[in-house]
Design a binder for this molecule. Sequence first.
Ligand code: TYM
Length: 335
Amino acid sequence: MENEAKKIILSGIQPTGVFTLGNYLGAVRSWKQMQEDYNCYYFIADLHSLTIHIEPQKRRQQTREAFALLLACGIDPEKSLVFVQSHNKCHAEMGWIMDCCSQFGELSRMTQFKDKSAKHPDNINAGLFTYPALMAGDILLYQADYVPVGADQTQHLEFTRDVATRFNHAYGETFKLPEGYFPKAGARVMSLQDPTSKMSKSDTNPKATISILDDEKTILKKFKSAVTDSEACVRFDPEAKPGVSNLMTIYSAVTGKTMAEIEAEFAGKGYGDFKTVVGQAVADELRPIRENFARLMQDRAYLDEEMKKGAERATYIASKTLTKVKKRVGLLLEK
Ligand code: TYM
């Protein structure tokens, strides 16, 4: 599975609910495509999810489901390393070291922190604030070359590079500087009901979000009620026509068609036809995932076994960097 000549890809996803079409088109789909050409490491970011309050039993269930969902989306544990973040203790340890290399000022500028604390004023915990330091640790532990994520993670990646540069400068060359890897289409999938905000698992309006386990009927219905505009013309213009442009982005990501091709395809046609075609394309793309997921959730022993194998390998790889980091900062290593 490991090939020294190949570059390293690393990414994670939080187990805070069934993945959305945004998670899929913005990230997970490209994770699958990268498996052949890179050494790929993918994990369920359960430690990150602790920044949000979820019932413990529900969190356990969602973590198992998220792991199964990754496999259902085509992440193959024979090709890629797939694991649960908290199963590799190096993440928590490295997170603390990264906390101590992060400045209050730079963490205060993170838009995700500002957004999330505005949304949950009753739970602005310290973990939410230092979240980017834990994420930097996740990436740097594996000496990742590329990090495939949606556009909303750009600032966290910049932060990771800043911390790595500072560490290398202070303690000597230790970390590779990772680069973001964003899909050409789908890096920012917007809500179907408010196309100026991103599609998010935590949206309280179920019509706003396509879950990757939604059935065909539900998907078609949600696309039918997607917010558009009154111009009745399929034209890509995210400023003036955010709703239609979002549907075009989704259609382009799923079919590979360019915006010009999509405009030509729907010239003279109404939004009704357009929405049905986009909904059907999405339903066709997601059907096999739904079927794979149902099958995988029946096989608990297989999931447990794959999680265990993933945890062992992840710990083996990450320990090498962690030991080096501990030496560099002057922690006395146990004999
Ligand atoms: P999370 O769980 O919020 O999202 C997982 C991935 O999905 C992408 N994404 C989207 N892409 C396009 N349109 C959308 N509407 C949309 N919503 C979400 C996200 O950009 C992400 O790539 N902090 C990360 C998890 C993480 C991580 C890491 C990622 C923890 N450590 C290390 C990479 C490397 C997060 O909360 O993703």
